[in-house]
Every structure is written in structure tokens, then in C-alpha cells.
Design a protein around this ligand. Structure first.
Ligand code: ATP
Ligand code: MG
Length: 353
């Protein structure tokens, strides 16, 4: 039996290197829960589109979830949840490398070496890290490993010598850091060990949460998950934050910055319907109920094929396991080749004298 059809990709001729080999993408997710609509428009959509043009390394970053140290069950479970979601959205594991980070311990080794050329201030100034640490501090304390995670992400990206990193915009500071550290390393050892990777932000750089918060997030209880069933989606959409200044359906409403319309723009392919709703909303001629019912319908239609493929893989765990095993094994070979280059550059073959 084969899984239901998945999304085809477009063609992009710029993705080939001089020798005709595909350029590489490295990108990933933390195993902290199932994936949601924000992941889709912020990142996954680009991964799906580019998976044939580039050789893709999709990483499940289980070294980087020290903020979940008290809930390791969740991490273990989420490794599978993420793999299921990837398969469900149509990332082809036969044409890309599903990689569990800790099955490639070279990531830890490279992180250690790169730390030599990473001043503390570079991490302290990182705005994404700063705000995540503030959240963590409010809930308890910050593990040393958490402070170091952006550097580990640098090692993830440099390990397969990736050219492109498609991510949501919260990750941009980490990619800027990657470029800086690659430059420093290459300059130090006077050779081009690592390419400087480019970032690629998705169609919606940062999708707001159902509560109107700036970022839909697994941990903030404001997410619509790709695996949510129809009733759950209907209920979450019914409870969505809209225009707080609008008390009655006859009041003129605001479309700009209104989460319900941000989602309509992102997930409702019927632009005539969306434009009609917007016009009537601004004129005070449509109630939130109708806007939300149409939104829920669009999101459910978008999620239906994803749900169907997920059901297939949920009942074929051997295929999920094979994808993770095959990808991680391949990535480890690539990592060992890169580490040989790193040791060669650093001349750490001390026993060769
Ligand atoms: P956590 O809260 O555990 O960090 P997360 O939702 O931020 O979870 P990550 O695994 O950190 O998820 O991020 C995976 C990828 O998805 C990153 O490229 C990130 O930028 C992107 N992403 C996550 N949430 C959103 C969002 N709401 N809008 C756009 N992109 C997002
Ligand atoms: Mg995150």
C-alpha cells in the first residue's frame, strides 16, 4: 500500500552547484509538540516546494529542548509527532534526510569547537534568545544548554555545509550568527570549509496565534495543529480573537491586523469570498459568526488531505521508523566527512607527528 498523493514541487534552476549536484538545505524543528499552521506557512511550505531542487536535511533538534528537561516524555513523543506531521504534509523521506540530531553526535562535537570563535556577547545580544530566556526565567531558571542552543543550531547548519535555511523570521538572528561564525572559521584557517548560508522566510514570516498573540506557538495554547480534527478546528476558530473595538455586527470593523482575516488570507484560496467578507466587515455588514464559519471551512478543507496522509502513517509506524533511521544514518556519514575537513583545517591530528 502506498500513502495518499502529496504535493508536487516547482522547479528552480538556481539550486544546482557547478558540478550539477544539488545545493543543500538544512532546517529543523524542536521536538516539543505536534506542528501547527504557523509552522506550515512560516517554514514547511517552502520545504515542500524546494525538496526536489535541493538536497534537504530535515532535523529534529532533540539536543535543543533543555527547557523541557522535566518533561522528557514529551520530547520522546514529539520526535514521532514531528516525523508524522512531516510525512503528512508531503516531505518525501526517500528524497530527503529525516535526521534525529542526537543520532548524529558530531553536532555536539562541532558545537564545542565553534564555541571557540563565538564571543559570549554574540549570544547575549541575540534578540530571539533574549526573549526566550526572559520567558524561561519567569517560569524558573535557564539551563546552560539553553543558552547555547543557537550555537548548536549554527553547527546543525554548517554540518552538511548548507546553502539555504528556510525558516520563520524568529530564526533570522541565528542564521546571521551562522554566517558570522562560518566567516570567522574560514578566515582563521584560511580555507573555505563552510559556505555562508542564506535564510529564506516563508509566505507568512510569523503567524499570529488564535489569541492574537504575535506568534502561534506550541507552548502558548494558541495553536491550530495540523492534526486537529474538524470539531477541534471549528471550536478553536469560534473562540478566535478578532477586532476588539467592534462590539456589534453593525459596527464598522478593522481587517488589518485582525487574526481572523490574517488566517483567511493565509488559508482561504477563494479570494472573491475573502474580499467580499472584508468589504462587508469594514462596512459593518457581516457578523463575526459568518466570517469564522467560512474560515473554519477553509482551514478544514486545507487540512483534510494532511489528516488523511497522517492517518496512513499512524497505522504504518514501520515506515516512520525507516524514514528516521535511513535519514539519520546518511546524515551521520555526511557529518563524519565534514568533521574530517574540520580536523584537517584545525590540524588536530596530534598523533600524526
Ligand atoms: P517552541 O515554542 O517549542 O520553540 P515553535 O513553535 O517556535 O516551538 P520551532 O520548532 O522552534 O517551533 O520552530 C520550527 C520552525 O517553524 C522555525 O523555522 C520557526 O521559525 C517556524 N515557526 C514556528 N512558529 C511559527 C509561526 N507562528 N509563524 C511562522 N513560523 C513559525
Ligand atoms: Mg521556537
Amino acid at each position: 500500500m502506498t500513502p495518499p498523493d502529496s504535493t508536487p514541487s516547482s522547479s528552480d534552476s538556481s539550486a544546482s552547484g557547478a558540478g550539477g549536484e544539488r545545493k543543500r538545505i538544512l532546517t529543523g524543528v524542536r521536538p516539543t509538540g505536534a506542528l501547527h499552521l504557523g509552522h506550515y506557512v512560516g517554514a514547511l511550505e517552502n520545504w515542500i516546494r524546494l525538496q526536489r531542487e535541493y538536497e534537504c536535511f530535515f532535523l529534529i533538534a532533540d539536543y535543543q529542548v533543555s527547557d523541557y528537561a522535566d518533561d522528557f516524555d514529551r520530547v520522546r513523543e514529539s520526535v514521532w509527532e514531528v516525523a508524522l506531521d512531516w510525512l503528512a504534509v508531503g516531505l518525501d523521506p526517500n528524497n530527503s534526510h529525516y535526521t534525529i540530531e542526537s543520532l548524529v553526535p558530531e553536532h555536539a562535537e562541532l558545537t564545542t569547537w565553534l564555541g571557540w570563535w563565538t564571543p559570549l556577547g554574540m549570544l547575549e545580544r541575540n534578540p530571539t534568545l533574549k526573549s526566550e530566556m526572559a520567558d524561561l526565567e519567569a517560569r524558573g531558571s535557564v539551563p546552560v544548554a539553553f543558552f547555547n542552543y543557537p550555537l548548536m543550531q549554527v553547527a546543525n547548519i554548517l554540518m552538511p555545509k548548507a546553502h539555504l535555511v528556510p525558516v520563520g523570521d524568529d530564526q533570522l538572528p541565528h542564521i546571521e550568527m551562522t554566517r558570522e561564525i562560518a566567516r570567522r572559521f574560514n578566515r582563521k584557517f584560511d580555507r573555505e570549509v563552510f559556505p555562508e548560508p542564506d535564510a529564506l522566510v516563508g509566505r507568512v514570516a510569523r503567524l499570529v496565534g488564535t489569541d492574537g498573540d504575535a506568534k502561534m506557538s506550541k507552548s502558548r495554547n494558541n495553536a491550530i495543529f495540523l492534526k486537529d480534527d474538524e470539531d477541534t478546528v471549528n471550536q478553536k476558530v469560534r473562540g478566535m480573537f478578532t477586532d476588539p473595538t467592534r462590539l456589534r455586527a453593525t459596527d464598522p470593523g478593522h481587517v488589518e491586523g485582525n487574526p481572523v482575516f490574517i488566517y483567511h488570507d493565509a488559508f482561504n484560496p477563494d479570494t472573491d469570498e475573502v474580499n467580499d467578507l472584508k468589504e462587508r466587515y469594514v462596512a459593518g455588514k457581516v457578523g463575526d459568526v459568518e466570517v469564522k464559519q467560512k474560515l473554519a471551512k477553509a482551514i478544514n478543507a486545507f487540512l483534510d488531505p494532511i489528516r488523511e496522509r497522517r492517518r496512513y502513517f499512524e497505522s504504518h509506524p514501520e515506515e516512520v521508523r525507516a524514514a528516521l533511521e535511513r535519514g539519520s544514518t546518511y546524515s551521520r556519514e555526511v557529518a563524519q566527512a565534514t568533521m574530517a575537513d574540520v580536523r584537517d583545517a584545525m590540524q588536530t591530528n596530534y598523533l600524526a607527528r
